[in-house]
Design a protein around this ligand. Sequence first.
Ligand code: ADP
Length: 266
Amino acid sequence: MLEITNLTHTYGRGSGAHRALGGIDLKVAEGELVCIVGPSGCGKSTLLRSVAGLLEPTGGQVLVDGRPVTGTPDGLAVVFQDYSRSLFPWLSVGDNVALPLRRRGLDRAARREAAGEALDAVGLAGASSKYPWELSGGMQQRVAIARALAYRPSLLLMDEPFGSVDAQTREDLEDLVLRVRGHHRMTIVLITHDIDESVYVGDRVVVLSRSPATVTADLRVNLPAPRDQIATRELPDFVRLRAEVGRLVRGTRPPGAAVLSDPSSN
Ligand code: ADP
């Protein structure tokens, strides 16, 4: 579904140039949910924008469904962190969700029906005629997720989608994504700085190094489904994996691991 080969990106030129991506290689199979974690500022959003066709990388290749990304690929939807800027305040919730469906060539009645179904799936069936600013932050982010779902994307990209909501809402939204993904088979790439979250929702966790980012580790998460906010997080495998990802992100060794002696310290 997604194949990224030696992807590099440098912002700016000359002495002000900043190399954000240092050669990323990554493959995501159809139906997988892959979480991407890494230190703040390492290039996660740059990577996602390159896949979405919102940024032209300076080197390498991105293939979605076997086709090189030149503009935003058909069948792709993105959910950004900042729900307050991603919904149109002058459109009702229903119209916000239905708007992108014009690109799908659906008539008005079909757009309305698909929007209603998606709002139902995120628990906002009754909010269709409200305006975004009448809803809480968590509800607005649900609308943004509903809009992506209504589009029936084959590839859904999410950039820190739960970063601006409270902890309880965050857990609800994580479970929502797992649920809808079970119903509509889609491939999901989710960027997060939250290590717990990456292990909780992911089939795989891909760890990026500091900028210029490369893939440091690609870990499979073999936790039983369906995942449960309390029981899953108590499992020894969850705890072990979370610690491993945490160390990889921070670039530290496990306790007791061999440490090379520093000759200058004697
Ligand atoms: P992350 O999402 O991991 O926090 P980003 O992809 O947003 O990281 O940014 C990676 C690096 O590139 C950061 O050092 C950031 O400051 C820099 N960067 C991001 N966008 C731009 C831009 N438009 N121009 C110059 N530098 C940028």
